[in-house]
Design a protein around this ligand. Structure first.
Ligand SMILES: NC(=O)c1ccc[n+]([C@@H]2O[C@H](COP(=O)([O-])OP(=O)(O)OC[C@H]3O[C@@H](n4cnc5c(N)ncnc54)[C@H](O)[C@@H]3O)[C@@H](O)[C@H]2O)c1
Length: 195
């Protein structure tokens, strides 16, 4: 199968990254199914996708009809085997050029939140895994896992996804926080396109 023939995409894991990756594929016209092993995470992913579709409409990035079409191409399930068997393409992350990722993702996000808020958004367990991995191969002290992050991860405080990290992200606060940062990113992207 070549790339042009891909229609159905499976996104494995719908935690921090999965919902937005799934939405990106659906916006690009693919039929997407997000798969997770935890029902409550799938519920949260569904809510986040709906909120983000509404933001796309509010910010004039697509029309209400287009948002409905995008949503109709997206589904979420716990049925791993069925989805994976039917998928033309299976992903855990989007393969993109690193400059594009930094400019349109990380860079915009970091400019709309502070660095500590940023690590709370990424997930402190993910940040700790990255620090351990990088320190293991480089022995560079800059990557030495920070005590503050280790302590929070040991307590199960993983950031926005658990409601508590360096900051308090109780349910409403976390949804509002996500909405505000996504809105800021959409506005920056629009402004950058006009320059
Ligand atoms: N969070 C970030 O900012 C970030 C940035 C770049 C890359 N990444 C990478 O992206 C990947 C996902 O990161 P994340 O932050 O979304 O993690 P996450 O912990 O928020 O989400 C992972 C999800 O995968 C689910 N899962 C685990 N095993 C599964 C299985 N067998 N089948 C289906 N679902 C399963 C979990 O239930 C969880 O919901 C990681 O490899 C991470 O290193 C994350």
């Amino acid at each position: 199968m070549n790339v042009q023939e891909i229609r159905k995409v499976a996104v494995i894991g719908t935690g921090v990254m999965g919902p937005d990756i799934s939405l990106g594929f659906a916006m690009a016209g693919y039929e997407v199914t997000g798969v997770d092993i935890e029902a409550n995470i799938l519920d949260l992913a569904g809510k986040r996708i709906s909120v983000n579709c509404q933001l796309l409409v509010d910010e004039g990035i697509c029309s209400g009809t287009q948002a409905e079409e995008i949503k109709s191409r997206l589904s979420l399930t716990l049925d791993w085997d069925k989805v994976v068997a039917a998928a033309d393409y299976i992903t855990e992350a989007v393969p993109e050029d690193i400059d594009t990722v930094i400019k349109n993702g990380f860079g915009l996000r970091l400019s709309s939140v502070g660095p500590i808020q940023f690590v709370d958004m990424c997930g402190l367990d993910t940040i700790l895994n990255i620090q351990k991995y990088m320190y293991g191969i480089t022995k560079d002290p800059v990557y030495k896992p920070s005590r503050a992050i280790v302590e929070l991860v040991d307590k199960g405080d993983l950031g926005v996804k658990t409601g508590q990290g360096f900051y308090d992200h109780s349910e409403t606060a976390s949804e509002k926080f996500g909405e505000q940062t996504n809105r800021a990113i959409m506005r920056m992207r629009k402004a950058l396109k006009q320059v």
